[in-house]
Design a protein around this ligand. Structure first.
Ligand SMILES: Nc1ncnc2c1ncn2[C@@H]1O[C@H](COP(=O)(O)OP(=O)(O)OP(=O)(O)O)[C@@H](O)[C@H]1O
Ligand SMILES: O=P(O)(O)OC[C@H]1O[C@H](OP(=O)(O)OP(=O)(O)O)[C@H](O)[C@@H]1O
Ligand SMILES: O=C(O)c1cccnc1
Length: 480
């Protein structure tokens, strides 16, 4: 069994629809889908796009193998053999445009747009949502943590509590995109070249007669990377004094101890006391790392209490996005090929006005004010609309509050969607992970702080063109 073949990493209904298209002769009809989310997670003012690299690998590797075909044959006796043979020849041959990883993104704007044979576009929905929803969620959570940590070090410690192996490594990568400095997961380090860091566990101390012996034996064999966990027995009475002894021993060898780690108790108080003890003993360079179910709120509070912590190790709350463990990204059909070969825009009506889809093939632009160099809002227009591409005056209005609008002229419109696959060929020069991380940092500078703040941020406007809005109203009219 090939555990790496992700072709069947999809919901059964996708294959059922593909079968129905195949039987009805519509499998080659073109369709356009857009992937977006409707609501920001954690009450945050923005999200950090992530998941594209995995989507690209997935699309490139899409090929049904013998095991997958045999399994489908066994699953559904209605599937005709010729359909299974059609699947055998399956490749992605469509166009895919996407927002680069690390981009700051907002509700209702397309993060990925797929234009392909409906047969292909349908299959890839589930996996793409799976990758993008999770990674965007974790990158956004990491970004909140990064905001409060400021210039402090941030270590990703989540693997042991993550929702399985894939979540650990792609979550570690998403955290790195948003500004974490290292991960404890060596596989993530090897695969993505993320810096790795590690201290030691309580078991190392418990496994020795004394804490002092445990520290010494550790420092003797790893003298260049000594971080000692000081809370196994009594942080201030034994842990920190024993660590100070080791720091002395290392100095005699011309080396410097790296840090101590606090993993329980009152982290504000203990870090202040430990800092004082280390400084008094002549080791101002020994850093203090803290861990223990940390998240952005606890870190914020610890800093407000004057905690003397240099580096934060964050596991469970980050990798599981503990306070909101899912992002509700969706993948919606926006246009289908009509009888004459042109596209027909389609809509999904809902009793909930926020869930009524926006029909038509769209582009999304970041409107940069030429005067300030800052983002004024995003602008969703139909792909064929030229005014915004030419920099002509456009009317900005938010569909949720159409009475608030303004006309702008002096702007640069930066298209957010970039071509990734064209006719099945990868045309995107994949950036390095460092490149993605730096790009993300640059992106943040385009936004005024009121949109980025963690608590009660201002709502950044995602505007829609008059033409796209009119199309939506017309289609609502038609179906209501
Ligand atoms: N000064 C502080 N202000 C706010 N939260 C803190 C402070 N110090 C620690 N915390 C957080 O409070 C929680 C304490 O967890 P818990 O009740 O399990 O205590 P503990 O010290 O870890 O106990 P144990 O010794 O059983 O591990 C953790 O999430 C920790 O990060
Ligand atoms: O609290 P998190 O944010 O999830 O960070 C990771 C936690 O995992 C470890 O604890 P664990 O009890 O698993 O092992 P240990 O014996 O090394 O403390 C570590 O000491 C942290 O407390
Ligand atoms: O290296 C560490 O200190 C570490 C790694 C994983 C989880 N908790 C701590």
């Amino acid at each position: 069994m090939n555990y790496d073949n992700l072709t069947l990493h999809t919901d059964k209904y996708q294959i059922n629809m593909m079968y129905a298209h195949w039987m009805n002769g519509t499998l080659n009809d073109k369709a356009v889908f857009e992937l977006f989310f409707r609501k920001l997670p954690f009450g945050n003012g923005y999200a950090v796009a992530a998941g594209l690299e995995r989507v690209i690998h997935y699309i490139k590797g899409l090929q049904f193998g013998d095991d997958e075909i045999a399994y489908l044959r066994e699953q559904e006796e209605n599937y005709e053999e010729t359909f299974l043979q059609e699947l055998r020849a399956f490749r992605f041959t469509g166009d895919l445009d996407a927002v680069p990883e690390g981009t700051i993104v907002f509700p209702n704007e397309p993060l990925i747009r797929v234009e392909a044979r409906v047969f292909e576009a349908q299959l890839i929905e589930t996996a793409m949502l799976n990758f993008v929803n999770f990674q965007t969620l974790i990158a956004t959570k990491a970004s909140r943590i990064k905001q409060v940590a400021g210039g402090d070090g941030l270590l990703e410690f989540g693997t042991r509590r993550a929702q399985e192996a894939d979540a650990s490594i792609w979550g570690a990568r998403a955290a790195y995109v948003a500004g974490f400095h290292a991960t404890s997961n060596l596989r993530a380090g090897m695969l993505f070249r993320i810096p790795t860091k590690g201290t030691h566990a309580h078991a190392w101390v418990q496994g020795h007669e004394t804490e002092e012996e445990a520290f010494r034996k550790y420092a003797e064999v790893l003298p260049d990377h000594v971080t000692l966990l000081v809370d196994t027995y009594d942080t201030l009475k034994s842990g920190v004094p024993n660590a100070i002894q080791i720091a002395r021993m290392l100095e005699q060898q011309g080396k410097r101890m790296n840090a101590i780690r606090l993993d329980s108790g009152d982290l504000a108080y203990l870090s202040q006391r430990a800092r004082h003890m280390l400084d008094e003993a002549g080791f101002p360079y020994v850093q203090i790392i803290a861990s223990n179910d940390l998240d952005e709120n606890i870190i914020f509070n610890l800093k407000a209490q004057g905690a003397r912590i240099d580096v934060w190790g964050v596991g469970t709350q980050l990798i599981t996005a503990g306070d909101q463990p899912s992002l509700g990204g969706v993948y919606k059909l926006v246009a289908r090929e009509g009888c004459d070969g042109t596209y027909v825009p389609v809509i999904k009506i809902s009793g909930n006005p926020e869930k009524v889809s926006t029909p038509g093939i769209k582009e999304v632009y970041r409107i940069i004010n030429r005067g300030t160099g800052m983002a004024d809002g995003d602008y969703i227009a139909l792909r064929h609309e030229e005014a915004v591409k030419r920099g002509e005056a456009i009317k900005l209005f938010d569909p949720l509050h159409p009475y608030i609008h303004k006309v702008i002229e002096d702007y640069d419109a930066v298209p957010l969607l970039r071509p990734i696959f064209k006719a099945g060929e990868l045309v995107y020069a994949m950036p390095t992970l460092e490149g993605v991380r730096n790009y993300h940092e640059e992106q943040l500078k385009l936004f005024w702080p009121q949109y980025l703040r963690k608590l009660n941020p201002e709502m950044y406007r995602v505007n829609i063109s008059v033409e796209a809005w009119q199309l939506k109203l017309d289609l609502i009219q038609r179906y209501r």
